[in-house]
Design a binder for this molecule. Structure first.
Ligand code: MOS
Length: 697
């Protein structure tokens, strides 16, 4: 790029800045840090009961195993701050103590910790820790616990648990066309490629923690709380992360125990969770029961629109998946009802997994819309168009921008939707039944707080620093583009440094707010520096807060998913032949990384429709699937042709950058489009996700 030229690189499909480092193995992940060969290896011992008490732990054999340095249990763990507080506004900054109780709260609960010279020695010794339990009966089944579910009052970050507009019950009862359907979705797990891992080291009172996390500022505060030390004494370093998807919003006992081990031994300690521990000890997405009721007039205008959800929450926690959040904003209807109920179970914590709320809420809602279209004998695209709305139907404010109708129309034209045969089971291709399906996508859009530093170096280059993470999404790349664009410099004159709490604080990566939030802070810092260059400024700070998104408007990204599937008549096997996602997500910051985010989300839609499920063995409270051999996610062989289109959407009220989140929008509705295509192919309505072959025979 010629230096004299205006940079203008925001939006370009720039290759990842960190791509070469990653594919050549030079991007260092948390577990790969080593300090001068002195590092020791810790292994977590997980409880083998679902609920109960530890009566006795015998560590003698483990302690005498070769080159074991430390065996920690509740009997000798140092004092720490108790877990919580449960109602801390930033739940990811809670104290996360380890081995401070004889209670077992869920299967896989951490109950001992072994440190040795090598990983293998620690693993071998961990197997020698003998634990006697006093097991107690636990509640593990969401459906059984349904009748005792509680009203959570509020759902996470999304307002009241219940909402009501007009008179839903009478409107539904008197609607000429009614859909009344129950859907279930199973427990789901993120299982990122890089397991949760930490290396911790102390220098005096200073704790340095290399950890695989989506956030930096929150675990800094949380570990400081755990160890009752000022947060200035804790430094979190997170340069590269091999996926998080929500499961790395919290930090876990791998960080706590690595820190305790390092302090006790006076040398660095690293800890990686095993894959089963990722399934047990970290968060997962709750199973859900959804009751969707839609009432419409004969023209297909919704008169009553209701969704009620039952989810689980760990016995000791408060999280409530906001399943019905999408229902509050997706379509117009004068009479409305949403309701969240939560059952406490003796399971690991449920918390955010990619698009918490919408990802599973739309499975029920958008399949019910397909059922309604069929009952009305109306095209499913047309049904959605007839119920579009330019203002938020439950709040008295317009959408800042909403191009759902455009996405549906554009997608229908590109996908060849007019070739769809409305009558199910009409199209055959040898032994396959072929069908098309559609679903809408919506994902709420927010800004969080962040500050960034921009510095002019002596060689004329610009350095950007902020405590943001790149969890594989492309943060390094888009922030480089924003800085280059604002400073009017080529991208190779900008260096972005992330993942260190020594840099200005940010809200990190999560909730699809990462790019807009950190990007807006970088934009502000660069604008300030640029304006100050003439007067000799060499360094600036720029910030953004949630208030930078105009509250007079409702903010969300929209889209439309189209899917073509074929179903084997004899085996019930479903293949996804084609998917198309058309999205309106404001200004696109990098066409390539944004497209990759959407492809990832849509691929996850295949998983949620066809593959992903976990179940609890009610005898032990244990998840049956604990690894990627048994917990099936969509892989390359499951993905047919996939196309992503971004509409040109300018959002003048969309914050400093005018961008919207793309991390989660791609999964929202994707699974419903596939399920609706299965119905079109076969005539079968599967309301229990996923649509495994047994349900199609
Ligand atoms: Mo997202 S589920 O907040 O990483």
């Amino acid at each position: 790029m010629a230096e004299s030229k205006r940079a203008d690189v925001i939006g370009l499909p720039l290759d990842r800045i960190d791509g070469r480092l990653k594919v050549t193995g030079r991007a260092t992940y948390a577990f790969e840090y080593a300090t001068q060969g002195s590092v020791a290896y810790g292994v977590i011992v997980s409880a083998a009961i679902g609920k109960g008490r530890i009566l006795r732990i015998d560590t003698r054999d483990a302690q005498h195993a070769p080159r074991v340095l430390l065996v920690l249990t509740k009997d000798n763990a140092p004092p720490q701050t108790p877990w919580g507080p449960v109602d801390l506004p930033d739940r990811f900054a809670r104290a996360e103590p380890a081995l401070d109780t004889d209670e077992v709260l869920y299967f896989g609960f951490p109950v001992a910790f072994v440190v040795a010279e090598t990983f293998e020695q620690a693993t071998a010794a961990a197997a020698m820790v003998r634990i006697q339990y006093d097991p107690m009966p636990g509640d593990y089944d969401l459906h059984a616990a349904g009748p005792s579910a509680e009203n959570p009052g509020r759902i996470d970050g999304n307002g009241p648990a219940d909402s009501a507009v007009g008179d839903f019950e009478s409107a539904f009862a008197s609607a000429p066309v009614q859909i009344d359907a129950h859907y279930t979705t199973p427990h789901q797990h993120q299982a990122p490629m890089e397991p949760h891992a930490t290396m911790a080291a102390w220098e005096g009172e200073m704790l340095t923690v290399h950890t695989s996390a989506q956030l930096t500022t929150s675990p800094q505060e949380g570990l400081a709380r755990t160890f009752n030390t000022p947060k200035e004494n804790v430094r979190i370093i997170t340069r590269y992360v091999g996926g998080g998807f929500g499961s790395k919003l919290p930090y876990y006992v791998d960080a706590t125990l690595a820190a305790i081990g390092a302090r006790t031994l006076g040398r660095p300690v690293k800890v990686a969770m095993t894959r089963p521990q990722v399934f047990y000890t970290t968060t997962h997405r709750t199973a859900s029961e959804q009751h969707v009721r839609l009432g419409a007039d004969r023209d297909g205008r919704l008169t009553a629109y209701g969704q009620e959800a039952l989810v689980h929450c760990a016995r000791f926690d408060l999280f409530t998946e906001p399943v019905c959040d999408a229902a509050r904003r997706l379509y117009a209807a004068p009479n409305r009802l949403t309701r969240h109920r939560r059952a406490k179970l003796d399971l690991p914590r449920s918390d955010s997994m990619r698009a918490p709320g919408e990802a599973i809420g739309l499975l029920g809602l958008e399949c019910a819309m397909d059922e309604l279209a069929e009952a009305l004998d109306l095209d499913p695209v047309e049904l959605r168009l007839r119920n579009d709305t330019s203002s938020d139907p439950e709040q008295d404010r317009p959408f800042a921008s909403r191009h759902l109708a455009e996405a549906l129309r554009e997608g229908a034209a590109r996908f060849g939707w007019n070739k769809r045969v409305a009558k199910p089971a009409s199209v055959r291709d040898r032994r396959w039944l072929v069908g098309l399906g559609v679903a809408s996508a919506i994902r709420g859009d927010i800004l969080q707080s962040a500050t960034a530093r921009a510095r002019l170096e002596n060689d004329g280059k610009i350095t950007i620093e902020l405590a943001m993470t790149d969890i594989g999404t492309g943060s390094y790349t888009i922030l480089t583009q924003i800085a280059a664009d604002t400073m009017e410099l080529p991208v190779d004159r900008v260096t972005v440094r992330l993942g260190d709490t020594r840099f200005p604080p940010t809200a990190g990566s999560g909730g699809s707010f990462g790019a807009a939030t950190s990007g807006s802070a970088v934009l502000a810092a660069c604008r300030k520096l640029k304006a100050g260059l003439a007067s000799g400024m060499t360094e600036s700070l720029g910030s953004v807060t949630p208030a930078d998104l105009d509250e007079a408007y409702s903010h969300a990204g929209f889209g439309a998913h189209f899917a073509e599937v074929c179903v084997d008549r004899d085996t019930g096997e479903v293949r996804v032949r084609r998917m198309l996602g058309v999205f309106a997500a404001g200004r696109i910051l990098n066409a390539k990384t944004a497209r990759s985010q959407m492809i990832g989300g849509m691929t996850w839609g295949i998983g949620s429709a066809l593959l992903e499920e976990n179940h609890v063995d009610s005898r032990f409270g244990s998840f049956i699937n604990q690894d990627l051999a048994n917990y099936h996610v969509a892989v390359n062989a499951d993905v047919g042709a996939m196309e992503v289109v971004f509409l040109d959407e300018a959002d003048p009220h969309g914050g400093p950058l005018g961008s919207k989140g793309v991390g989660e929008l791609g999964i929202c509705g994707a699974g419903a489009a596939i399920m609706n295509a299965i119905h079109n192919a076969t005539g079968a309505r599967i309301r229990d996700f996923p649509a495994t072959p047994d349900k199609l025979l």
